[in-house]
Design a protein around this ligand. Structure first.
Ligand code: AMP
Ligand code: ZN
Length: 471
């Protein structure tokens, strides 16, 4: 069985075959970094990290590129507001975004390029587009893409040029009169006072947003890639324009499969910074383990809108706990079960457990149906709770655990949580150790020291008293 993915380009589920055997080249549009990311931004991160994990499980090597847009009007506005620089703002929020990604167990991309580090490539691509007649500079130095020259424009968003044209005519904004056609979009724009800018043949200025991704995909993955992904708001104009730029420049089809996640909503409206109806990942982390957020996101199909609510988060929390409790029981049985080989019954039962793996795979092969995948994990949990009991062998527990671990790792769920020890708990244990020493109960004092070390806390007895540090 091969995997099927829904391709926005054809509006159908298609069998997934990469360009090069065994390798998948994947580009996911990343966030604009001017603030902490909200949980709407987290949806594509979690979804496409799961696509990546599943493809790796299926035996592919995945080259996963995801950019940070670090030059943009919103970043500049924030810098002005804070009396800082765009670079400082971008650096700060890239670092914060990486912390959130780690919390959500979203693996770092193979490469996270920054737009500001790729300006040379952008100038190069714009030059090629001008040379080939697909772009033109206007008298003020702005470079536009000539949309009507590009055959097939509109193929991703399934829009036709006439409809676009009438929509745009009424929207035409002042200052854009230099365009040959209202459909044309910006590739390079002149600098404004106090804004970051780079020298270019047409004027000192900065790139348009769409050209960034075409250039970074080309540089780090090549002219042709397998999967290009992002949230569905990017289909038009961002991805449509990326296709136009890349295909007109490179003369080859750009991405084979276009995957888009639906919105994360709140009260059935898109969560967004501009509407102000958002929660940051950081806010959610104060109340929930971010693994709960990940589980919540994956409990729905990625192409279905998902409404964020406390009830659904509670359901996700309970679901995750059910899986973790089963895992804990299995770990205990791995230690305390009977020695020796599998019994006949256990061998048969394990075949049943393999059946859950098959169900999981079928679900994930069907356009990453994580909701059904999670249902298969729950069946395995039920199996484990009823079949791995007192008297089971260690080996049986071990093998059941291995199946559970494989499936949950694909979903990016962590089975074993290292309890974070709070400062106050450490102080309390140190006080107990001091009391034990005073009572000359050195064995107990040592036990407490060892218990702390197990939790990653190293004690140091100094003349000023006991000091501790996290190791
Ligand atoms: P932005 O920083 O707005 O460019 O967004 C970064 C990524 O988050 C893009 O792939 C967007 O499509 C996605 N995104 C933004 N808001 C939402 C939302 N409410 N639900 C799902 N995806 C979103
Ligand atoms: Zn992009």
């Amino acid at each position: 069985m091969t995997m099927k993915v829904y391709n926005t380009l054809s509006k159908r589920k298609e069998e997934f075959t990469p360009l090069e055997e065994g390798v998948v080249k994947m580009y996911v549009c990343g966030p604009t970094v001017y603030n902490l990311i909200h949980i709407g931004n987290a949806r594509p991160m979690i979804v496409f990290d799961t696509v990546r994990r599943y493809l790796e499980y299926r035996g592919y090597r995945v080259e996963y590129v995801s950019n940070f847009t670090d030059v943009d009007d919103k970043i500049i506005a924030k810098a002005v507001e804070e009396g800082s620089t765009a670079e400082e703002i971008a650096q700060r929020y890239i670092a914060e975004c990486k912390k959130d990604m780690e919390g959500m167990n979203v693996r770092p991309a193979t490469k996270h390029p920054l737009a500001t580090q790729e300006i040379g490539g952008m100038i190069e691509m714009i030059r090629t587009l001008i040379d080939k007649g697909f772009a033109y500079p206007s008298s003020d130095g702005t470079v536009y893409f000539r949309v009507k020259k590009c055959a097939g424009y509109g193929k991703l968003s399934h829009k036709n040029l006439d409809d676009l044209q009438s929509g745009f005519r009424s929207l035409q904004v002042s200052g854009e009169g230099q365009k040959e056609d209202p459909l044309d979009f910006v590739l390079w724009k002149p600098k404004k006072e106090g804004e970051p800018s780079w020298p270019a043949p047409w004027c000192d200025g900065r790139p348009g947003w769409h050209i960034e991704c075409s250039v970074m995909a080309k540089k780090y993955l090549g002219d042709q890639i397998d999967i290009h992904a992002g949230g569905e708001d990017l289909i038009f104009p961002h991805h449509e324009n990326e296709i136009a730029q890349s295909e007109c420049c490179n003369g080859k089809p750009f991405a084979r499969y276009w995957m888009h996640n639906a919105f994360l909503n709140i009260d059935n409206r898109k969560m967004s910074k501009s509407l102000g109806n958002f929660f940051t990942v950081r806010e959610v982390a104060q109340e929930y383990d971010l693994q709960v957020l990940r589980f919540f996101m994956l409990s729905a199909h990625y192409r279905s809108p998902l409404n964020f609510s406390r009830d659904l988060m509670t359901a996700a929390k309970n679901g995750l706990e059910r899986i973790r409790t089963a895992a804990e029981h299995l770990r205990l049985m791995k230690d305390q079960g009977a020695d020796g080989p599998l019994t006949k019954e256990e061998e048969n039962a394990l075949e049943q457990a393999e059946g859950f793996t098959r169900k999981f795979q079928e679900a994930m092969d069907d356009d990453l149906n994580t909701a059904d995948g999670i249902a298969a994990v729950f069946e395995l949990v039920k199996f484990s709770n009823t079949q791995v009991t007192e008297g089971s062998t260690k080996l049986f527990a071990e093998k059941t655990y291995a199946v559970l671990e494989t499936l949950t790792q694909i979903l990016g769920l962590i089975l074993e949580v290292k309890e974070e020890i709070l400062d106050q708990e450490i102080e309390d244990m140190i006080a107990q150790r001091q009391a034990a020493r005073k009572a000359k109960d050195f064995q107990k004092a040592d036990e407490i020291r060892d218990a702390l070390l197990e939790k990653g806390i190293l004690l140091e007895d100094t003349r000023e008293g006991v000091k501790w540090k996290r190791v």
